[in-house]
Design a protein around this ligand. Structure first.
Ligand code: SF4
Length: 265
């Protein structure tokens, strides 16, 4: 068996590449309402001292699709809900582009309390908090998990490979649940020479998820019935448009390989 940092094979069909997970022992699974109360009172790590709210999840606990990000930011800490700031608005656009509403999916983070200054969570914080996520996912039992960004993909797959290496190919969470790594919405919001390419790649990743879930491609530029765009989601802000233009990106993937990775990559 290869180690957790091995480069996955490239040509398996279907592209389901199990990555060994060291923490793959059976886990205790408490019901979500009880687990949420435990998380909200948790003091297992230092982040409990600086948080306003522990942030558990939003969306549908019966969803077939689960999005997992890194950690709450300032807006999330204040409101006690994940992905309610700018990145959350983009995530809702991504969900809408898939033909779904925010209530069709389950959204949560690896870390439940905001790291001060939005710094990257430490290994100790991740190790302390991730058992809650394992319990959440054991309750929800999604068909597909979308891991957004480095921290999420690396923690869920127990690997040190970066998201630019991992994204776009199916992996297996705990050896059985399909997982698609992709970029974090915060990274997609950040203006850079490869922003358009990154959004195009993220959209390609989500289209693979749609295909796996049997979702039809939605009419271009329309929201599904019943979906209400989040506040100012339709504002003319090109950097948050999703899906990106159907036109192919001008830069090639090779020439556009970033030389410096952001924390969300
Ligand atoms: S980050 Fe997780 S482990 Fe740390 S105090 Fe918050 S809920 Fe507990």
């Amino acid at each position: 068996m290869s180690g957790p940092d091995s480069t996955p094979p490239l040509s398996l069909e279907p592209a389901t590449v199990p990555i060994p997970v060291s923490d793959s022992k059976p886990i205790t699974v408490r019901a979500l309402p009880m687990l949420e109360q435990i998380v909200k009172a948790c003091t297992k790590c230092e982040l409990s001292k600086t948080r306003i709210n522990a942030v558990f999840a939003r969306g549908n606990p019966q969803a077939k699709l689960c999005f997992v990000g890194e950690a709450p930011g300032a807006d999330e800490d204040e409101q006690g809900l994940p992905f309610v700031g700018k990145a959350g608005q983009l995530l809702d656009r991504m969900i809408a582009a898939m033909g779904l509403t925010p209530n069709d999916v389950y959204v949560c983070n690896i870390i439940k309390c905001r790291p001060p200054g939005n710094r990257r969570p430490t290994a100790v914080e991740t190790t302390s908090c991730i058992p809650y996520l394992h319990e959440q996912l054991a309750n929800v039992q999604p068909k597909v998990i979308v891991a957004m960004g480095n921290t999420s993909a690396q923690a869920l797959l127990d690997t040190k490979l970066g998201i630019t290496r991992l994204r776009g190919e199916w992996k297996l969470y705990r050896g059985k649940t399909l997982l698609m790594p992709t970029y974090h919405p915060s990274y997609l919001l950040r203006e850079s020479p490869i922003q358009k390419l990154s959004k195009q790649e993220a959209w390609e990743d989500l289209q693979k998820v749609m295909k796996e879930l049997g979702l039809p491609p939605p009419p271009k530029g329309t929201h599904p019935p019943g979906y209400r765009p989040p506040p100012d989601a339709d504002a003319p802000t090109p950097s948050v448009a999703f899906p990106p233009s159907a036109n192919p990106p001008s830069a090639s993937p090779t020439s556009a390989t970033p030389t410096k990775k952001s924390p969300e990559e």
